[in-house]
Each structure stands twice: as C-alpha cells, then as structure tokens.
Design a protein around this ligand. Sequence first.
Ligand SMILES: [Zn+2]
Ligand SMILES: [Zn+2]
Length: 361
Amino acid sequence: MKYGKLAVFTQPGEPINIIEEEVLPPECDEILVRVLIAGICGSDVHRLKGDVPGKSMGVSFGHEAVGTIERLGEEINADSLGVPLNQGDTVYWMPLTPCGDCVDCGLSNPLRCKNVNWPPPIGKPNGACFRQYATLSSKCVYIRVPPDVAPEDVITFGCGMPTALRGIKQLGEFPANIDVVVQGSGPVGLACTLILSLAGARSIIVIGDPAHRLEAATLLGATHVISLTNTTPETRSELVNDLTEGRGADIVVEAAGTAVAFPEGLDLLGMDGKYLILGLYSGSAKVLINPVRINNYNLRIIGSLGLDIDSYKKTVDIASDHGRRLQFSNLITHRFTLHQLEEALNLVGRGIPIKAVVVPN
Ligand SMILES: [Zn+2]
Ligand SMILES: [Zn+2]
C-alpha cells in the first residue's frame, strides 16, 4: 500500500496540518500524478486570512501545479486538448472540477460553477497540489508539458499567467503601439507585463514594489517602473502623464489586489482607454470614482475571472518559448517543503517572494 502526505486546511487561525493518506489507484477516468512543484498563490493567503468563503472542515488546497504521471486511468490517453499522454509524462493542471453543464460553465465562467468542488474535502483523492500525489478528474484541465520545458518555467507565474492571458484576451484587438500601465508587480502584474511586451506595446509602466520585483518587471519588458511606496497618487499621475506625452494610458491593468488602486487606475487612462481588473477578486470594498470621466473619455472597464483551456496551453507555450531566454526560474525566489507550507504562506502574505513554491516530494 502506498501513502502520500498532504496539507490540510480547516479554518482561518487554525494551523495547517500535514497528514498521510493512502494513495489509491486512479479510477478509469482519472490520472494519478506525483507532484513535482506547487506554486503558492495570493489567493491561498486570502484563504488563510478568511477572505475567501470556505467550509470549516478539512480541505486540500493548492491549485498551481506540475507533476509526473504515475498512472493513467484506462479511459485516459490524452490531455485536455487531445495531445497523447503516457505514464512518465509531465502535466500542468488546474485542479478545479467545474461541471461543464450549468449556466456559469456555459458562460465561460466555470469558477462560478456551483459544482466546482473547490476546495475539495480530504479523505477522497483530488487534484489539489499541496500534497505528494494528486488525482486529476477528467473535469480538471491538464496540459502535457513537453520534456524540454522545465516545470519551474511553467509555474513561475502560477495561475497569474493563465489569469493574465484570459484577461488580456477580454480586451479584444488592440494596436501594437500602445501605452500601458500595470498596477502591481506580483505574479499577475509580471505576467501581464511579459504578455503586453510580447504583443509589442510601445511603453509599459509598472507601478509596484519591492525593488526586486520591479527589476523582474524590467527584465520581462517594462519600459518604466514606479515604486509605489516612494511616490504618491499625484506624482504617479504626473509621471504617467509625462511618459505618455500627456495622452494617458491606452490600457491600465489592475493587478494590485487593493481597491484603492481602482480610482487611481481609472484616472490614469486616456481617451478610449480600457481598464482591465484582475486583482480584486476577494473581500469587498467601496471607493469613490468620477463617473463623468468614464463617459467623456469613452472608457471601458473590463473584469475577468475565470479560466479557459487555451490560457493553460498558452502558459506552457510561453514557458517553452521564453522561459530559458528570460530565466523565469530566477523569479522563483523561495522554495519550501510541504511541512514548511504555513511559513511559506506567511512569507507570501508579506509580499516578500517574487514567487514561492512548494516541492512536496
Ligand atoms: Zn491562484
Ligand atoms: Zn458548472
């Protein structure tokens, strides 16, 4: 009989326990995976703080993962896009299991599916990745990672990369020579910086902190960086105004995760500007804005929460095309064992790592 360790979260304020469960062979439509690397996401920290509604029972969590296929269920021979899979292959997966049939799933917002079974209760195999062995349901998204792509390069931005890819897709077509402001230099902000740089943006101004994240932004294509703590909203507005020759930004991406960023971001937009909101997915807040500006500047505000298979596939493609060239793995500044998960989450909560990962095996 085989056993695997897993992290258990019960409720905010309670310690995260590491327990052992029997590793069951996969059902015919499942895949058993040995977890190679599991990214720690800002949303995991929100869960710990109680900002994310949860059940006060033991659950597994962790949703940014790459692993090696231990065993394929009899009916599974390909990934979510039909690429053949074999034992020993590496896969990148999203462990939520949306039903695929309800209205929200139909509206391409499976994260709102009532049957998403997330976070999954312990005691049954599941695809969460703060564990040594994960079991992927056929409702999970899983994408084969070619052998020449480093697992670390796929996980560097965590779910920030598919989040950024899906969000930027919601902006629709845009010309290459645009001026962009990215609010936030965490994984989502950095992923947006890279994607918009690859898309040919004329200028990308990243507002964030600390210094090593701003250096990473520059490496990934930011043309200018502004320290949040060393400036005020007024000085940032003047800087963006100067850098865009008085026009204001064509696109502002909110990846800061704080509501105060919203009115500021709105004011940084120029005529016909688009504001993409990616980071305000938890808690609740009210802020003052000037709606007249939205009207008279033809502004559009676009929120994006969700997932699509295409963004997971593109995440692997970006790791393949740019991971080595831009040394993505240098952005993984902190690595932890499964037993150090709580310490790791606290560090991520304090914004210290660029990216922290758990290596459970
Ligand atoms: Zn995440
Ligand atoms: Zn559904």
